[in-house]
Design a protein around this ligand. Structure first.
Ligand code: HEC
Length: 199
């Protein structure tokens, strides 16, 4: 390998298989990029960690939810949302049809766990008069709004919040299933369920 005169000083004193190395400076643009990342890292750390001015993803989520709650006028907390309304079962066809639509929708997924006819699968049978968490309009609405995350049911079935009017229709549809005796009912959990009549 030929070494030019002006490279003599730069030549490092090792050689492998005829390959020699020059001790060149790193290019300026590379160094500036490197310094820039250091400054960026320090500022980032100050912004998010030391001063806490920047929001992390959980804080951003909470802030967006609060903004949406303000904009669309719902309460963020399931319990509060239920307490704010006096719930009752509707019996008109339009309410029940809409309730069924929500029950069967891929947004809320109720049917996937409670069966297309409410006969129960993963979730309990909703057509008999044996209930785990009560059968008043408010109790059913609470069951739906809060879900039972430890048992696999998240709030609103899939976390997709529904309006108060839709909730009324949904609980009305569930009430309308009382005594329908569908095929293949899931057996009652006799240890936990208690009798409770909706109608
Ligand atoms: C991923 C499965 C799953 C989905 C989806 C689901 N549930 Fe549930 N649901 C359950 C389970 C499991 C329970 C029983 C909780 C327990 O054992 O305490 C339950 C309980 C309930 C209860 C209380 C029943 C009782 O006996 O007190 C109601 C009412 C209910 N679900 C309605 C709904 C509605 C309406 C939807 C759709 C918005 C829905 N569920 C979506 C699994 C599900």
């Amino acid at each position: 390998m030929k070494v030019f005169d002006d490279e003599k000083d730069l030549l490092m004193d090792h050689e492998y298989d005829g390959i020699k190395e020059l001790d060149n400076h790193m290019p300026k643009w590379w160094l500036y990029l490197f310094y820039f990342t250091i400054v960026w890292g320090v500022l980032y750390f100050l912004y998010y960690t030391v001063t806490g001015v920047g929001m992390d993803q959980h804080e951003q989520y909470a802030a967006e939810m609060a903004e949406a709650a303000e904009k669309y006028g719902f309460s963020q907390d399931g319990e509060e949302a239920i307490a704010a309304v006096s719930w009752s079962y509707e019996t008109d066809d339009a309410s029940i049809a809409n309730g069924r639509e929500i029950y069967m929708s891929t947004n809320n997924l109720c049917f996937t766990c409670h069966g297309a006819a409410g006969e129960g699968m993963v979730g309990p049978n909703l057509t008999d008069d044996m209930w785990l968490h009560g059968c008043s309009a408010e109790e059913i609405a609470t069951s739906i709004a809060e879900g039972f995350p430890d048992k696999g049911m998240i709030a609103y079935g899939s976390g997709a919040r529904i309006s108060d009017d839709d909730m009324t229709d949904l609980i009305s549809y569930i009430a309308s299933l009382q005594g329908t005796a569908p095929a293949n009912p899931k057996p009652t959990d006799t240890e936990r369920a208690t009798q409770c009549g909706i109608n």
